[in-house]
Design a binder for this molecule. Structure first.
Ligand SMILES: NC(=O)c1ccc[n+]([C@@H]2O[C@H](COP(=O)([O-])OP(=O)(O)OC[C@H]3O[C@@H](n4cnc5c(N)ncnc54)[C@H](O)[C@@H]3O)[C@@H](O)[C@H]2O)c1
Length: 337
């Protein structure tokens, strides 16, 4: 059994607590820490049979019963908390992004190098989505051949509160970061160069915060494949999450998940269900699967499926995308080194 402490009991901390409690048989959440928990959250945590409820995460790090921690607090705390946890000898699952600054992510990598027994996984949960995992499997099985073109469609159902834009690092480091990781995952390659065309077409308040809400991103992958991501902060028909990998031997394409596959035909036309509403609906199973694989790696001593390299790559691509917007030109990832 792997004993877990969760640091940060907001939206995603609660998702992981539920996933582990109900869907991971070889792990148990023993403690949570969050300085700003209200009574309702504490009640929820107690309802999951968690015995230790702390304000300060350091109590989790000092607890010898805890084998692994999940860092689910706000992004600006991830790197520092992860380093402390590694130094305390805990395995770490860190939510994305590890940080917005490459030097801070490098410090996490350095701490890991000094504590090689510690596992460190980054929360790129979409790799564990059944659709995207099947595309990668087809590629690994040679069914696509050499990867030539990857297309990712990633559109949110509604924009975030404009106040969230600044703290989250903006669209590329908060939302598209999942798509950057997906591009690396589906082509099994790093990115070499990024070029972005972007606009504010959904909400002028997002533009006032200095961010964009619509983008077409083209990328040259290190293995020679070309990739394109199209992003919007608002698709009126729901969360639109699709990918298509085309290669020398064929193509693998996904469609959106829906509540049911029913298609209703009547005198007005033929209609089906909208895509599942947002990430909590669409990706719930992927959150459980990433936890199962993290816990398995902690238990077996094997490799984690998404390590610090992937965490660093995605942020580099995000920073390169921002630079491309600012300077209106293609940006090589090596420029950030
Ligand atoms: N993988 C995904 O799809 C996904 C989805 C949502 C959020 N996230 C990431 O998870 C992180 C949290 O996002 P959220 O939506 O849950 O935010 P949230 O604001 O709902 O929760 C964050 C929680 O962290 C707590 N916190 C802040 N400082 C802390 C500290 N020092 N110690 C302990 N707790 C602390 C806050 O009180 C809050 O309860 C972000 O980095 C976000 O990018 C990832």
């Amino acid at each position: 059994m792997v004993n877990i402490g969760i640091i940060g009991m907001g939206r995603i901390g609660k998702v992981h607590l539920q996933s582990i409690t109900y869907h991971v048989k070889n792990a148990c959440v023993k403690a949570v820490a969050d300085p700003f928990m209200n009574e309702e959250t504490k009640e929820f945590v107690r309802g999951m049979d968690v015995g230790k409820i702390y304000g300060d995460y350091k109590e989790i790090l000092a607890d010898p019963e805890i084998d692994a921690v999940l860092v689910c607090s706000s992004t600006d705390t991830h790197a520092a908390v992860s380093i402390e946890a590694i130094q305390a000898g805990k395995h770490v699952f860190c939510e994305k992004p590890v940080d917005h600054a490459l030097d801070k992510i490098q410090k996490v990598a350095d701490a890991l190098a000094a504590h090689p027994q510690c596992k460190f996984q980054v929360g790129f949960n979409r790799r564990f989505d059944h659709n995207f995992a099947a595309v990668r499997r087809a590629y690994d099985q040679g069914k696509i051949g050499e990867a030539h073109v990857l297309k990712i469609t990633s559109r949110d159902p509604e924009p975030p509160n404009p106040a969230y834009i600044k703290v989250s690092g903006g669209m590329f480091l908060d939302m598209t970061i999942h798509d950057f990781d997906m591009a690396c995952f589906l082509t099994d390659s790093d990115v070499e160069e990024v070029y972005v065309q972007s606009a504010v077409l959904v909400d002028p308040a997002i533009g006032e915060q200095g961010d964009v809400d619509t983008a077409i991103i083209t990328m040259k992958m290190a293995n020679g494949a070309l990739a394109v991501i199209d992003n919007s902060r608002r698709a009126v028909y729901g969360y639109d999450q699709r990918a298509e990998l085309f290669g020398s031997k064929g193509m693998a394409a996904t469609s959106n998940d829906t509540l049911s596959s029913v298609v209703i035909s009547d005198h007005q036309g033929v209609t089906g269900e909208k895509p599942l509403f947002f990430f909590l609906e669409r990706y719930m199973e992927s959150f459980s699967e990433e936890m199962r694989q993290f816990v398995d790696a902690c238990q077996s001593g094997g490799e984690v499926p998404v390590g610090i390299h992937a965490g660093m790559q995605a942020v580099k691509i995000g920073l390169a995308a921002k630079k491309s917007v600012e300077e209106h030109r293609p940006v090589k990832i090596s420029e950030l080194d």
